[in-house]
Design a binder for this molecule. Sequence first.
Ligand code: SDX
Length: 429
Amino acid sequence: MARTATLTYGDKKIELPVIEGSEGELGIDISQLRDKTGLITLDPGFGNTGSCASAITFIDGEKGILRYRGIPIEQLAEKSRFIETAWLLIFGRLPKKNEMTRFSDRLTDNAHLHESFRHHFEGFPVDAPPMAIMSAMLNTLACFHTEFLELEGDEAFEEATARLISKVRTIAAYSYRKTSGLPLVYPDPKLKYVANFLHMMFSEPYKQYICPPEIERALNMVLLLHADHEQNCSTSTVRIVGSSKANLFASVAAGNSALWGPLHGGANVAVLEMLEKIRRGGISAENYVKLAKDKNSGVRLMGFGHRVYKHFDPRAKILKSASDQVLALHGAKDPLVDIARRLEDLALNDSYFVDRKLYPNVDFYSGIIMKAIGIPVNMFTVMFAIGRMPGWIAQWKEQHNEHESRIARPRQVYTGPTLTDYIPIEQRT
Ligand code: SDX
């Protein structure tokens, strides 16, 4: 394979280095392009532009492959649990028993919030969007953990990681309790990560919520499937903010804000709203698909399509079969599942979607499982944030440890007015 790419422009002809990744991916290194030619590249949405080399997550969008540190997502979904996978992503390998015990103990010890921090929740209105609370409170962690504003060394990093992963869960539960007019429930140190989260979500002062093992297993898997996804919008935001040497809390708070958008992590809420609209009879599945194909409608088939996957999102396949299992536990039939299946069937047999390689993505079935567990729709994107926290931390750490990493500062092609003089207000007509 050629190790350089030739670019000819006008009377200039230059060779640009081509780098090859461990899975054979090729990238033209254009870091010298402007110096050598005066040209920049333009790629709105960065569909053809790599921002970094990374060793954390590998996706082959054409083949529907997703691996965390080389391990296929299917194996992790079946054999691992969220916190073990979090360690794998952040520290680069599966934890040994003693490391897993130490990390788990750190999560337990850090589940509570500082009492002054906890009082912040009093200030939010009862109808505050939980994702707004999450962004605010992730940033506020910087006020209560100032020793981690400068993160150096593995020990400090492991402690900061444990605090963030543990407290994002408590903040999420408290954002639900606050916006539901319920009293905040303290974490229970006897419970593991997911069971403790559901305890803080659903226990009452007079009656503790006991998490059924199969629900704990299902939610562990949902979080694990969301844990990282290479340079997606929110993770790229975390990297960009971190590239200015902003602290870890500020960086993940920015990533959380990016995740909120309905084209990204907010899609799981939009999917449920779409399914509910069809269920209530507002529109038939057939007519919704018709609308989604009509450019002028402004409607999209939410939970479908992906910038990278041009085949089934492997996470969607796992979640689709898991949704059946979770619903079977309750002996519940959810009409939304039938509607989702109908939409999927219509789209996968329609040339509009087939030609554009639009398949169900992670958000298409995740909401059905979370709804079956009892998590309210307005908390779905917050659940995505809990799941993605290890990926944000891992990617921030990878960039933070790169000695030659530079501040992210893209160029532009200017299309505004050419040289123009100031006109005093009296002379403006
Ligand atoms: C996530 O990047 C990640 O890894 C994200 C994520 C992660 O784990 O971090 O996987 C999580 O965000 C999943 C995506 C969730 N979003 C949605 O489900 C929202 C609906 N999907 C789309 O809006 C869209 O597919 C995106 C945002 C996911 C991808 O957008 P792209 O890559 O910019 O694609 P595009 O908008 O340029 O669409 C290409 C064509 C267009 O038609 P043409 O102009 O070529 O005729 O496909 C059409 C689009 O109109 N299209 C859709 C569609 N998605 C794309 N048409 C109808 N319904 C859709 N859902």
